[in-house]
Design a protein around this ligand. Structure first.
Ligand code: NAG
Ligand code: NAG
Ligand code: NAG
Ligand code: NAG
Ligand code: NAG
Length: 622
């Protein structure tokens, strides 16, 4: 099939045009890299340099300038392109202060909260355009309290503290970043101490687009009641400032796993005696943001779309992370676009291919940028035994709106994982060309894999989707679930039955495809049963859609997918059967008959979704 390839270069910007200064912009990837004339490390490096000349956080003129660059580059390559604008609610820091009040006779420390410009930083002249460190949508306010150390701020960390009998109600907590999504650190703190944005897209327009022509908007109160915005103030601080605070926290010595490296002072839990005074004021504005959309039209089935997407906005220069996407702010653009086009996307989109941080991998018969005598696939197999593919239930990046809100099969690829300059002002072209990808060969490989994957999806007669491997995942997770609640009277037979139906449907469609390939061939089919290819592709394309439910997860209705969603306590972690998982957590806490009955209800809901999907895959009415 030959479908349209859409490149969505998702981002957020005011409509002003900008003057380029002599400093750097951000990387992002789109299908233009698959065009042979552009597929070289030189042009990729140039795109990255141009896009990361200046900091371009969402909603700023600098990010609009990056949008213009993307639009003109696509247009110059004869790709039909346009801009889709949204008016979204964004927040920026207005004033921030953080004071550490130490026991007398020590004087208070007032932290500068500045990222330092290092000697000879080529971007020193635009450093003042970097938005001061803050949490998007953080609650404004001034708070004072004794400080307690809570490790990573996970639910289990608070359980540990509670077990030792330490009371941190009403305290200000210091958490280190690294294990869970920053918004969940704030949510967990809110729950633990008496209670950062955790929804998707613009919080004032949950589930519908933030139209520039005007649209329904929730009031501040309604947004707070919806529960997706943080309810306590918070600030991100540097490791150095965090360690200074830790020096003044007394009380019990924290357990080994909570300690820092060898040079670090001994970390204690507190609370106090140090007291923290934190103040944060925000500017909340409605800004125009822009998604740049480019379309390469297919010849045979131009009404089917393969979408390649990436966010363009960045916290700073964004040389690595133009879309780290994890922060809700960053996802606003593509989410609004998906919300606006929900029904058309549901009926026509074959797959969504996300790249946020380009430089990890899957096509994969592309030369390994780090070893020219083997392919990316070879090294992938060598390092993980077999090509290990994670699940996309987390809401790390822009794929969440496609997969979790809409049931569009999606992928996300990148080279490497974890890097020291994450979301800091040192995430710039200098870092990338010195450390991240000095020859830009990894960028080139990522672009090639991305492009080849898109071409394969657009060109192959039959979509390369294999639901038998999906069934394998479902079965494995259902068995884990069985172990977890083995001593509860929850009936999992409906779930196993539905998975059995899906297994048969998957085997049947795979057989149909094999038989056509073996016996008649595509040419024969084209001539005698021209509708048949489309019929099989429709089943493959729509089965994932059937795994969604209009009402969404209980208490988290934006998430419509019944099989995958982020963990309730960590947006960066993927959960299988999230509705059942949420219900079990609640039932373990309450341990009432009704709460366990609710678990059974959630089991039925998932089973019904899987049954629907197996019918779609099967392709016949009951
Ligand atoms: C913890 O401290 C808060 C406020 O200081 C107090 O209201 C609460 O009763 C304490 N909880 C326990 C279990 O001692
Ligand atoms: C590069 O790939 C070749 C062929 O697979 C392999 O023999 C060699 O060990 C690899 N080199 C490194 C440094 O991994
Ligand atoms: C492109 O790669 C070649 C090596 O294949 C290297 O010599 C060149 O410096 C690279 N160009 C850029 C802009 O990194
Ligand atoms: C589909 O997946 C199943 C299970 O992982 C595997 O046995 C089968 O070979 C796959 N089929 C194709 C056509 O890749
Ligand atoms: C049920 O099993 C869990 C572990 O799966 C265990 O922690 C719990 O104590 C058990 N409850 C009863 C009542 O046996």
């Amino acid at each position: 099939m030959v479908s349209k390839i859409i490149t969505t270069i998702i981002a957020i910007t005011t409509t002003l045009s900008f003057f380029l200064t002599s400093s750097p912009p951000k990387p992002y990837y789109h299908s233009l890299y698959t065009s042979p004339s552009l597929s070289n490390n030189q042009s990729i490096s140039h795109h990255l340099y141009t896009l990361t000349r200046r900091p371009h956080v969402a909603g700023t003129a600098a990010n609009a300038e990056a949008a213009s660059y993307v639009l003109s580059t696509l247009t110059a390559n004869n790709i039909k392109s346009h801009v889709a604008e949204y008016a979204v609610s964004l927040t920026y820091p207005d004033s921030r202060s953080l004071k550490l009040i130490r026991p007398l006779p020590n004087t208070p420390i007032i932290f500068s909260l500045q990222q330092e410009v290092y000697k000879d930083d080529p971007y020193a002249d635009v450093a003042d355009q970097v938005v001061p460190t803050f949490h998007a949508y953080a609650k404004p306010g001034t708070v004072t309290g004794q400080v307690a150390y809570v490790n990573y701020g996970r639910v289990e960390d608070y359980t540990t503290i509670k077990k030792t009998g330490i009371n941190i109600t009403g305290c200000i907590v210091l958490a280190r970043y690294g294990e869970i999504f920053r918004g969940d650190i704030v949510n967990n703190a809110y729950d633990a101490v008496g209670t950062v944005y955790n929804g998707a897209g613009d919080p004032t327009t949950p589930g519908w687009p933030s139209s520039t022509e005007g649209c329904e908007r929730l009031s501040e109160d309604e947004v707070e009641r919806a529960g997706d915005v943080p309810l306590i103030p918070s600030l991100p601080i540097s490791g150095a400032d965090g360690e200074e605070i830790l020096r003044w926290i007394g009380g019990e010595v924290a357990e080994d796993g909570w300690q820092g490296d060898v040079d670090a002072p001994v970390y204690r839990v507190g609370p106090g005696p140090a007291v923290i005074e934190l103040s944060y004021k925000a500017n909340q504005v409605i800004s125009t943001i822009q998604n740049v959309i480019g379309i390469i039209e297919g010849a045979e089935e131009p009404d089917r779309f393969v979408i390649l997407g990436n966010h363009r906005d960045a916290w700073t220069f964004g040389a690595v992370d133009p879309n780290s996407g994890t922060a809700a702010l960053l996802e606003v653009g593509s989410t609004e676009w998906v919300e606006e086009n929900r029904e058309i996307i549901a009926s026509k989109v074959v797959a969504y291919l996300n790249v946020d941080i380009a430089v990890a991998g899957a096509g994969f018969l592309v030369e390994d940028p780090d070893n020219s005598s083997q392919t990316v696939y070879d090294s992938w197999v060598k390092t993980t035994k077999y090509p290990e593919i994670g699940r996309l239930g987390d809401a790390h990046s822009d794929y969440a709106a496609f997969l979790l809100h809409n049931g569009i099969p999606a992928t996300d690829i990148s080279f490497g994982f974890g890097y020291p300059v994450y979301h800091s002002m040192y995430d710039d072209f200098v870092w990338m060309s010195n450390y991240g990808d000095p020859m830009f060969q990894r960028h080139l490989a990522a672009a090639s894999i991305w492009g080849l994957l898109a071409l394969q999806l657009a060109d192959e007669e039959i979509l390369p989707f294999n639901y038998s491997s999906y069934v394998y995942e479902l079965q494995k997770n259902a068995e884990d679930l069985e172990t977890d609640i083995s001593n509860k009277s929850i009936n999992l037979i409906p779930l196993f039955k539905s998975i059995g139906k899906m297994k048969n449907a998957a085997a049947r469609i795979n057989d149909e495809i094999m038989e056509i390939k073996a016996k008649k061939g595509w040419a024969f089919l084209q001539k005698n049963q021209p509708w048949r290819t489309r019929e099989i592709n429709d089943r493959l394309m729509m089965a994932e859609r059937a795994l969604t439910d209009r009402d969404g997860l209980s208490g988290r209705p934006w998430y419509k997918h019944m099989i995958y969603a982020p963990s309730k306590h960590n947006r960066y972690a993927s959960k299988c059967f999230p509705g059942i998982d949420d219900a079990i957590e609640n039932a373990k806490k309450l341990n009432t008959k009704d709460s366990w009955r609710w678990v059974q209800h959630e089991v039925w809901r998932v089973s019904r979704a899987i049954t629907q999907a197996s019918l779609v895959l099967h392709g016949e009415l009951t």
